[in-house]
Design a protein around this ligand. Structure first.
Ligand code: GLN
Length: 311
């Protein structure tokens, strides 16, 4: 009997997930105390096609918080609202070559290098239109939900834990405020903490990535979440800056726009093909999920997914 595409993709994910589950390296993030409670063995892979079909293996319904995976989507929101020129006045598009939490600001202007590092993300969050933080956050939550295809909510325990220990991010906000490079008040960093604490599943993340891969149209709901040029701009910055100080190596070895977060989420987008998400909490020294990297490296090699290939 002929094998359907469904079986081929699912079989590949199941086989890979089983094998990579043996990889026992990395540490669960603990600088945000609530994240340290995550089960290091949770491990799921989900893929959403441009036709809105879902494929998965492992535990893909366990909720976890977005953390830095929120950054490309809030960047998309402000690009759609304000346009590339205005956003670029406030945040650049250059790889910083530094860690996600680095004090990495342009010498004269204080402008952060890109929107994928914390400094840049604090700026993009502050750029979200709204009369107060409540309204700004509601816009963010609404937008993240459109990318995922369902209404999302906040893990209040993670938010409180991050706020309690978030002095480095607060310091970044004050530094930028002092340099004139923060469009808003330093207290707006609390909205960034809330955005990082939005709860998702691995399947949600796959749909969110697939929406970017699909030119801004959610393949599950059919909704246009952002205009196509915005989806392209976001993928471009994910490709050059999404993996922080491992971005060059990632583009070399995997060759797909991607974004990771310290709760163990990792998304990758293959334009016009699929969105993929991995969730596994143990992280390497750059704050990247160890198993997520292994999954993407192998899938890219095996299925010839590198962007620089001819097809
Ligand atoms: N909320 C986290 C922080 O600001 C996000 C970092 C990350 O996921 N890399 O430290």
């Amino acid at each position: 009997t002929p094998v359907s595409a469904t079986d081929v993709i699912t079989d590949a994910l199941v086989e890979l997930q089983r094998r990579v589950a043996n990889l026992d390296e990395g540490e669960v993030a603990s600088y945000i105390p609530q994240l340290a409670t995550a089960d290091p063995h949770t491990f799921g892979i989900a893929l959403t096609s441009m036709g809105g079909n879902h494929y998965w293996s492992g535990g893909v319904d366990t909720p976890f918080t977005l953390q830095s995976v929120s950054k490309p989507f809030v960047y998309a929101l402000v690009l759609a609202e304000l346009g590339l020129e205005e956003v670029t006045r406030w945040v650049g598009a250059e790889p910083s070559g530094e860690a996600y939490n680095a004090i990495s600001l342009e010498p004269n202007t204080g402008r952060p290098a890109n929107a994928m590092i914390n400094a840049g993300a604090i700026v993009t969050t502050a750029l979200v239109p709204g009369t107060d933080e409540e309204e700004r956050f509601e816009r963010i939550l609404d937008c993240l939900g459109r990318f995922a295809g369902r209404r999302l909510d906040v893990d209040e325990r993670v938010r409180a834990s991050e706020s309690e220990t978030g002095d480095r991010n607060r310091a970044l906000a004050y530094l930028m405020r002092g340099a004139g490079s923060l469009p808003g008040r330093p207290s707006g960093v609390e909205t960034y903490f809330r955005q990082c604490s939005v709860r998702v599943t691995t399947v949600d993340l796959a749909v969110m990535a697939a929406t970017l891969a699909n030119g801004g149209v959610n393949p599950s709901t059919g909704e246009t979440v952002v205009p196509e040029p915005v989806a392209v701009q976001v993928l471009a910055v994910m490709a050059s800056c999404g993996m922080y100080n491992a971005s060059g190596d990632w583009l070399l070895r995997v060759g797909l726009p991607a974004k990771s977060g310290v709760s163990g989420g990792l998304i990758a987008a293959s334009p016009a093909r699929f969105g993929l998400a991995v969730h596994s909490p143990p992280l390497d020294a750059t704050g990247t999920p160890v198993r997520g990297v292994a999954v993407l490296r192998e899938l890219s090699t095996r299925f010839g997914l590198h962007l620089m290939r001819r097809s």
